[in-house]
Design a protein around this ligand. Structure first.
Ligand code: NI
Length: 168
């Protein structure tokens, strides 16, 4: 596994629509392994392939909603799509490609995602709260969408640190 460089928001690759994965081969497995290594080194909660310069529909999401005492784990999603969403949350969001900037984004509270695993097997996975936010944010990346374009407003560092920002 190797850490890959993360593109930042100036890079045009981040604004392109990504193509589906059609071959579930060692090259895809390497990409997934490298993305997981990169995400873990960056202490992020999600990463999309275009952020490492690969314009394919691949994302990694960290599941942080785990029972007390259990380890958080990464979910590999190939060709993911949101098939159900409900509820609403409004809160702070950031992105490894937009370092040091945070903004308020409205997202569903709950989503169900259909995707394929690294071998092409279909599965469904649900996410709540931060995990739902993360699924939405990463799948947006595959459409060339960065969270700043969905932000109702950016937050200052002070607001972020104090957690003191107005709901609506
Ligand atoms: Ni991002």
């Amino acid at each position: 596994m190797a850490r890959r460089n993360i593109l930042t928001k100036e890079d045009p690759a981040l604004y392109k629509k990504c193509r589906p994965v059609t071959e579930f081969n060692p090259r895809l497995h390497q990409l997934l392994d490298d993305m997981k290594e990169t995400l873990s080194q960056e202490n992020g909660v999600g990463l999309a392939a275009p952020q490492v310069g690969v314009l394919r529909r691949v994302v990694i999401v960290l599941e942080t909603n785990v029972p007390e005492g259990e380890e958080e784990y990464m979910i590999e999603l190939v060709n993911p799509e949101i098939i159900e969403s409900s509820g609403e949350q409004f809160g702070a969001e950031g992105c490894l490609s937009v370092p040091e900037e945070y903004g308020l984004v409205r997202r569903p509270m709950h989503v169900k995602v259909r995707a394929q695993d690294r071998n092409g097997e279909s599965f469904e996975v649900e996410g709540e709260g931060l995990t739902a936010r993360c699924f939405c944010h990463e799948i947006d990346h595959l459409e060339g969408i960065i969270f700043t374009s969905k932000c109702e407003r950016m937050l200052t560092k002070e607001e972020l640190e104090s957690g003191d920002f107005e709901e609506e």
